[in-house]
Ligand binder design. Structure first.
Ligand code: NAD
Length: 261
């Protein structure tokens, strides 16, 4: 039997990049996976790919900053599959700018997607994990920027640090109900989110795009290699499969040594 057979997972931001690979990985482990994304068409497309590969999946259009949309999406998953065991709060965007030029609207948008989204999805799934002490596990997509700072990323660094706090509170509150909570902290992964940043960082830092890749993104790794979506998805699967609260309230960095805790 696959390790996550019979489990139901919700992965936000799973129409693209890291979330998409997590959805595939959890499905390969036997879980039924709801792919929740602002990009509804993309979510349905990933669900169709999983179904084609023999897994069970459902695409859901969801803006994680919209409480009504989150509650409706989670209710749909529960109505369809009978409960929720795993939440991967992964949806995110990046906006780079020095603080003095950082638009307040951009700051609020960043915090809304990364922090409000994590809070709202957590709040929506918990009653289903607490019911009958079903239990469950929540994984937040942090970043190496949950632990350190880089220029141009004030809102991102603030939000990713904030997720550590939310995860630790949930670890304490959820323990009595068998709910665990952890943060996965990737280094740079070549997804659309990072590809968009390369020319933006080159412009802001006054260096070439090649230097952004070699120095900023890979300079601190031990092997000059990008972290992959597979590296991150495997780590999320490990946390989802972990059987008890020995691992809760933790953050695990997956960065080829870019950052060492
Ligand atoms: P991506 O751009 O490939 O995918 C992000 C997904 O989130 C997209 O499908 C997008 O539609 C969705 N999304 C955006 N806003 C949303 C909203 N309001 N509601 C629902 N869905 C929304 O990006 P990615 O690189 O795969 O990033 C995924 C997560 O990993 C983010 O939280 C990001 O901060 C984190 N992360 C990425 C890297 C990296 O190097 N790529 C490193 C560390 C952490």
């Amino acid at each position: 039997m696959s390790s996550l057979e019979g489990k139901v997972a919700v992965v936000t931001g799973a129409a693209s990049g890291i979330g998409k690979e997590i959805a595939h990985e959890l499905a390969r482990a036997g879980a039924t996976v709801a792919i929740a994304d602002l990009n509804g068409d993309g979510a349905h497309a990933v669900a169709a790919q999983i179904a084609q590969a023999g897994g069970r999946a459902l695409g859901i259009a969801m803006d994680v900053t919209d409480e009504a949309a989150v509650d409706a999406g989670i209710a749909t998953v529960v109505a369809r599959f009978g409960g929720i065991d795993i939440l991967v709060s992964n949806a995110g965007i990046q906006i780079v700018n020095p603080i003095e030029n950082y638009a307040y609207a951009d700051w609020k948008k960043m915090l809304a997607i990364h922090l409000d989204g994590a809070f709202l999805t957590t709040k929506a799934v918990l009653p289903h994990m607490y019911a009958g002490d079903r239990g469950g596990t929540v994984v937040y997509m942090g970043s190496v920027h949950s632990h350190l700072a880089s220029p141009l990323k004030s809102a991102y660094v603030t939000a990713k640090h904030g997720l550590l706090g939310l995860a630790r509170v949930l670890a304490k509150e959820g323990a009595a109900h068998g709910v665990r909570s952890n943060v996965v902290c990737p280094g740079f992964v070549r997804t659309p989110l990072v590809d968009k940043q390369i020319p933006e960082q080159a412009r802001e830092l006054g260096i070439s795009e090649d230097e952004v890749v070699r120095k900023v993104m890979l300079g601190n790794t031990v092997d000059g290699v990008f972290t992959t979506v597979e590296d991150v998805a495997r780590t999320v699967r490990f946390l989802a499969e972990f059987p008890n609260a020995a691992l809760t309230g933790q953050s695990i960095t997956v960065s080829h040594g870019w950052h060492m805790q």
